[in-house]
Design a protein. Structure first.
Length: 290
């Protein structure tokens, strides 16, 4: 089994996608995930095709398949609440623009947080998400949205198989919708990762395993069902190294695994990215003590 594994890397440096590929290679990754701009704002740099071209040359040389490279939509997009119609419309158009950016980068999958219901009911929220995605699909082509399985922090929607199924069932272009699991979010939503096979069975019956297109591989700082969403380094949280290995080496899934864990020694002079070591530990099935 050829493991497809990487981490989130930065895009908004001076070399854009080329910089992302270089960073991924420095971690010995064979895939990666990017945000095409700030996660919290809507300002976006113009995509430089020269960098994209050089990035693809480097990916080709290092056997990185662009079909495994994932984009993540910014967190500020919330399609779940429509109390402010102008804002909702703005988010829809901004998401459509993000899909166009994926296209100009030659990438075909974008992870989206379904959104937070805030002041409306969950039923309304689900309808708003469906309408938003259908609107975005009408304005764009080819790019697939992967709904992320959420921890259920606050009023987050998409925190169970059933809720994700409700959204997927409303999407007109079923070929363009998929799911991105996140082990930390699943744990925090109430799922026991040590019983990952049971989860997959249920997912397969209700949605279909083929809809899982990406997995965010994170440990969690909090207990099962805490609804917190705080990521821990691989093997340093409540899920644990062996349970995360169980997810990665499950023979029913051959999808990109993306690590989104915090830097080691954050906010100090000795801060560093753990991804090279975490990827190595997953590949060798051997826990690394930092
Ligand atoms: Fe996410
Ligand atoms: Fe995630
Ligand atoms: Zn998270």
């Amino acid at each position: 089994m050829n493991l497809i594994i990487g981490s989130h890397v930065s895009f908004n440096n001076k070399e854009q996608l080329l910089g992302s590929v270089k960073e991924a290679l420095s971690y010995n990754a064979n895939t990666f995930m990017i945000y095409t701009g700030s996660t919290q704002s809507t300002s976006r740099s113009t995509i430089n095709d020269e960098f994209t071209y050089e990035a693809y040359k480097l990916m080709l040389k290092n056997n990185i398949d662009s079909n495994n490279v994932i984009v993540h939509a910014p967190y500020i997009i919330n399609l779940a609440n429509r109390k402010d119609e102008d804002k909702y419309k703005f988010y829809c158009d901004f998401l459509a623009n993000e899909l166009d950016r994926c296209k100009s980068l030659g990438l075909n999958k974008i992870v989206l947080h379904p959104g937070s219901a805030t002041t409306c009911s969950r039923e309304e929220a689900i309808k708003n998400i469906i309408d938003g995605i259908n609107y975005v699909y009408n304005k764009t082509t080819n790019i697939m949205i992967l709904l992320e399985f959420m921890a259920g922090k606050g009023t987050e929607v998409g925190t169970s198989i059933d809720e994700l199924k409700c959204i997927i069932d409303g999407i007109d272009d079923v070929n363009r919708i998929g799911v991105c699991l996140d082990t930390c979010h699943m744990n925090d939503s109430g799922i026991d990762i040590s019983k990952f096979d049971d989860f997959l069975n249920e997912f397969d019956i209700k949605i279909g395993i083929s809809k899982i297109k990406c997995i965010h591989l994170n440990d969690s700082l909090n207990n099962i069902g805490s609804h917190k969403d705080r990521h821990a380094n691989i093997g340093y949280g409540t899920i644990g190294f062996d349970n995360l290995l169980r997810v990665v080496y499950n023979d029913r899934l051959n999808v990109p695994f993306i690590i989104e864990t915090p830097y080691i020694n954050r906010n100090t002079n000795e801060s560093f990215a753990p991804y090279k070591y975490e990827i190595e530990s997953i590949r060798n099935k051997e826990f690394i003590d930092f």
